[in-house]
Design a protein around this ligand. Structure first.
Ligand code: PBG
Ligand code: ZN
Length: 380
């Protein structure tokens, strides 16, 4: 009901003719609508002053900040956050990434000092990405991905020792390690060789798990890799203590650019459209989610996050009994920074709004480059 209708309605009732259904404005009325409303309040304060249904009254439920927080099904807490960390093969490296504000590529010698203040502030989990900078590190098979001396496996060991409470997730993919920059092993014609890629990706996942990762998260998108990893985890006798998080609904698009700058994983030819999902592919995403649950995934991830809230909500509906994760990816993060820089909005307010949207859609885990800020902004 509009304000003028309300005032009209009240003034009719005030005059004792509330049965009158003609609510056209009385043009002979000289007092302003505001003062009419005021006089109503002073004369009839004890009667119900709203003629609509009583359920129209909402403000009381969220007038206090705590009451506002209670309106959310899921409130953002530190334990929901996973922080992506880029570890290089140059031990003393600590380099800023221009397209990914405030994020760094870190060498093994700098990793513990880099994470110590964050762990002290309540960091619960990291996601490790390996970034081989050495010129000879890449080949067609992505051999360096599970190099026992490489940055990820060394990083897992180091972090397990330094931070026994920290939950270590590893992204599992070959694109950082292949000479062509694609997420698997290729056929001669440049397309993905799915069966070889699944063999290789699942071996890499097992190597990370055996080195001490708590969670392996394959992002390669080869068909059948969840089943292969689960079977190898069972075979290795470690399936009972490793979380398998599937990047099930990972869409292709332009939002991974800053990440590829950071990780040096831009494909040398072509794109990833034949294995990452097309942005309009909601049905395909649902099929991938159903499949990965059947293949043994413990957590389903949707990525990117804010452009794909319907997919997150589908994932929560399909996977009622699993935690749903969302990756608030590099492009989303960089976009918020750029817009805040341009004065469009306040960075912190937008970081919360974006992340709360992702939680509202159904996620209870968020991989976020804002994690260090959230550790400052959140109390728990
Ligand atoms: C590797 C991988 C990517 C991301 C996570 N794992 C890049 C890609 O698929 O091209 C993107 C993360 C981000 O943009 O923040 N396959
Ligand atoms: Zn990849």
């Amino acid at each position: 009901m509009s304000f003028s209708n309300l005032v009209n309605d009240l003034s009719y009732r005030n005059r004792g003719d509330s049965n009158n259904t003609d609510r056209t404005v009385d043009t002979r009325q000289t007092r302003s609508q505001y003062s009419r409303a005021q006089s109503y309040v002073s004369t009839a304060a004890t009667s119900v002053s709203i003629s609509g249904d009583i359920s129209s009254q909402l403000h009381g439920g969220y007038s206090h900040p705590l009451a506002r927080a209670w309106q959310a099904e899921r409130q953002l807490t530190k334990s929901m956050l996973i922080y992506p960390v880029f570890i290089t093969d140059n031990p003393d490296e600590e380099t800023s990434i221009p397209s990914l504000p405030n994020q760094k590529r870190i060498g093994l010698n700098r990793l513990v000092p880099f994470l110590t203040p964050l762990v002290a502030k309540g960091l619960k989990s990291v996601m490790l990405f390996g970034v081989p900078l050495h010129p000879s590190a890449k080949d067609t098979l992505g051999t360096a991905a599970d190099d026992p001396q490489g940055p990820v496996i060394s990083g897992i060991r180091l972090l397990r020792r330094a931070f026994p409470q920290l939950f270590i997730t590893c992204d599992v993919c070959l694109c950082e390690y292949t000479s062509h920059g694609h997420c698997g092993i290729l056929h001669e014609d440049g397309s993905l060789n799915n069966s070889l890629s699944v063999d290789r990706v699942s071996d890499v996942a097992i190597a990370y798990a055996q080195a001490g990762a708590h969670c392996v998260a394959p992002s390669d998108m080869n068909d059948g890799r969840i089943r292969a990893i689960k079977l190898k985890l069972i075979e290795a006798g470690i399936a009972h203590r490793i979380v398998l998080m599937s990047y099930s609904a990972k869409f292709s698009g332009c939002l991974y650019g800053p990440f590829r700058d950071a990780a040096g994983s831009i494909p040398s030819f072509g794109d990833r459209k034949c294995y990452q999902l097309p942005p309009g592919g909601r049905g395909l995403a649902r099929r991938a989610i159903v499949r990965d649950i059947a293949e043994g995934a413990d957590i389903i991830m949707v990525k990117p996050a804010t452009q794909y809230l319907d997919i997150i909500s589908d994932a929560k509906e399909i996977g009622k009994d699993l935690p749903i994760a969302a990756y608030h990816v590099s492009g989303e993060y960089a976009m918020i920074h750029a817009a805040a820089q341009a004065g469009v909005f306040d960075l912190k307010t937008m970081a919360f709004e974006a992340t709360e949207g992702v939680l509202r859609a159904g996620a209870s885990i968020v991989v976020s480059y804002f994690t260090p800020e959230f550790l400052d902004w959140l109390e728990t």
